[in-house]
Design a protein around this ligand. Structure first.
Ligand code: NI
Length: 172
């Protein structure tokens, strides 16, 4: 078990565009996925992308069920995910382990079609909707260096980012 430090805004590493994983069957990838899961459950959160622990690879984990359903875990691992269809609109209140204590309603697609690989390198494709679709869009934005606060209206976003920069400076 290895809980890694989760980077917080405005850490520049959160803006990196992650590169695809070529060697799916590697020991290093298994370790990365284990660390992501350990760090997500420890936080606790419903999702964590590799970018958030400073590893710019297209890997994320989610578990959108375990907090609701008697603590039973339902870990999902997403390698090289690609959203190939978005439809409809859904608004959910979002938060992020990299922007602690901040929650806003964010508008995203209500349904997505996703392609991804599993730990054995097999390719999958499936449709997702509701909270899971929103959580996946949030996590995969991290792999492109994007945060949920980037989706706020410009003025709100500017004020919030200013406040977060100031907070971070005071912590240092
Ligand atoms: Ni996040």
């Amino acid at each position: 078990m290895s809980v890694r430090e989760i980077l917080t805004y405005p850490d520049p590493a959160l803006r990196e565009i992650a590169r695809p994983v070529d060697d799916v069957n590697s020991e290093a990838l298994k370790q990365l996925v284990q660390d992501l899961a350990d760090s997500m459950y420890d936080a606790p959160g419903v999702g964590l992308a590799a970018t958030q622990i400073g590893v710019p690879l297209r890997v994320a984990v989610t578990d959108t069920r375990w907090r609701e359903e008697d603590g039973e875990r339902d870990l999902k691992v997403w390698i090289n995910p690609e959203i190939i269809r978005r439809a409809g609109e859904a608004i959910y209140e979002e938060g992020c382990l990299s922007v602690p204590g901040i929650y806003y309603d964010i508008k995203r697609a209500a349904e997505i079609t996703l392609r991804w690989q599993d730990m054995e390198g097999n390719h999958h494709s499936a449709d997702f909707e509701g909270f899971q679709a929103v959580a996946l869009q949030h996590e995969f934005d991290h792999l492109d260096g994007k945060l949920f606060i980037d989706l706020l209206p410009p003025i709100k976003q500017k004020l919030l980012k200013k406040r977060l920069h100031k907070q971070k400076k005071m912590q240092e």
